[in-house]
Design a protein around this ligand. Structure first.
Ligand code: IPM
Ligand code: MN
Length: 357
């Protein structure tokens, strides 16, 4: 098979972890006889510095003609600390999501037996947690207009907007995923306060009868935030709007022991994007210490979701598991007393494992 991918390293640790994931992708392609073509594109702060735009047209065209996008991370403190900056790296990510029509962000939360000791939760609570967050990605507060400031600068506003069509497509997708999993769906909203949430609930209740096998529950977001730490094993598939999903998935990611392990897929109407859920960790940039596993697992999702290559994805996952079992781990997930490995050492170990498999 021919795989055409766009590679967008972005900022901070992005280039290092992407290099490792790309090497792993190459190794898999060699192993299974696939022809890999890839092309780099600019995005984020790096793109602002070079061409003044965090998601340049050239990058967009590259994404549009590719079969999948492998994405690192964007963000740079020089923008975070400057509330008056006219362009920001994050705008590039949002523009990419909107222009590629990436309305669904899929973030699987799985626990690894060998990492449970790193979880902030008691092992007996978190053991066996395995759920999937489906976050709406192109609507809500992130994109609603008007957004801005009053003339005197003393008032600011964002607008949360959702229409029936946007809700229908994401909730239907969530029911479909639930059908493929343990057939339980939690629909998260704040219908006791927000009008958009009431529409979510209304539309979801119309879709629910089409999936009689799925056990469906409706929960308020504050309650879900609590339940993720009290009883994480009670979830199978969670679906929610953009902002709630942003917050809940960060919370969910740390209960597994490290944020450095969670991949994501963003899918929609054009090319899908695969990226780790952690950020650009600018403080660690260039130090070769970042955990590359979330990005490698994102590449595994790419094989499975974008190319329907299940065995390829499975081998990458197996390599990741094996690296942890062998204690070839970066500092964030290393067990006490063991030496920490660098980003590239972990990457090389995984490439080697794939070659020998
Ligand atoms: C994420 C990130 C982004 C978001 C930022 C970088 C704009 O936190 O992908 O979760 O808020 O969506
Ligand atoms: Mn986030």
């Amino acid at each position: 098979m021919k795989l055409n991918i766009a590679v967008l390293p972005g900022d901070g640790i992005g280039p290092e972890i992407i290099e490792v994931a790309l090497n792993a992708t190459k190794a898999i392609c060699e192993k299974f006889g696939h022809e890999l073509h890839y092309e780099y594109g600019l995005c984020g702060a790096t793109a602002i510095d070079k061409v003044g735009n965090p998601y340049p047209n050239e990058t967009h065209e590259l994404c549009m003609r590719s079969d999948a996008v492998l994405f690192g991370a964007v963000g740079d403190p020089k923008f975070d600390n400057d509330p008056k900056a006219k362009v920001r790296p994050e705008q590039g990510l949002l523009a990419m999501r909107k222009k590629l029509g990436l309305y669904a962000n899929i973030r699987p939360v799985t626990t690894f037996e060998t990492l449970i000791h790193k979880s902030p939760l008691r092992a007996d609570l978190v053991k066996g947690a395995d759920f999937m967050c489906i976050r709406e990605l192109t609507g809500g507060l992130y994109f609603g207009r008007p957004q801005g400031r009053s003339e005197d600068g003393n008032t600011a506003y964002d607008t949360c907007v959702y229409n029936r069509e946007e809700i229908t497509r994401i909730v239907t997708l969530a029911f479909e995923y639930a059908m493929k999993r343990r057939k339980k769906l939690t629909i998260v909203d704040k219908a006791n306060v927000l009008a958009t949430s009431r529409l979510w609930r209304e539309v979801s209740k119309e879709i629910e009868p089409n999936y009689p096998e799925v056990e469906t529950e409706y929960m308020f977001v504050d309650n879900v935030a609590m339940r993720i730490i009290q009883w994480p094993t009670s979830f199978d598939v969670i679906v929610t709007e953009n902002m709630f999903g942003d917050i809940l998935t960060d919370e969910a990611s740390v209960i597994t022991g490290s944020m450095g392990l969670l991949p994501s897929a963003s899918i929609g109407t054009h090319t899908s994007v695969f990226e780790p859920i952690h950020g650009s960790w600018p403080q660690a940039a260039g130090q070769n210490i970042a955990n590359p596993l979330a990005t490698i697992l994102s590449a595994a999702m790419m094989f499975e979701y974008a190319f329907d290559l299940k065995q390829e994805g499975a081998l990458l996952r197996k390599a990741v598991d094996a690296s942890m079992d062998a204690n070839v781990r970066t500092g964030d997930i290393q067990v006490e007393g063991e030496k920490s490995y660098s980003t590239s050492e972990v990457g090389d170990w995984i490439v080697d494992f794939v070659k020998k498999a």
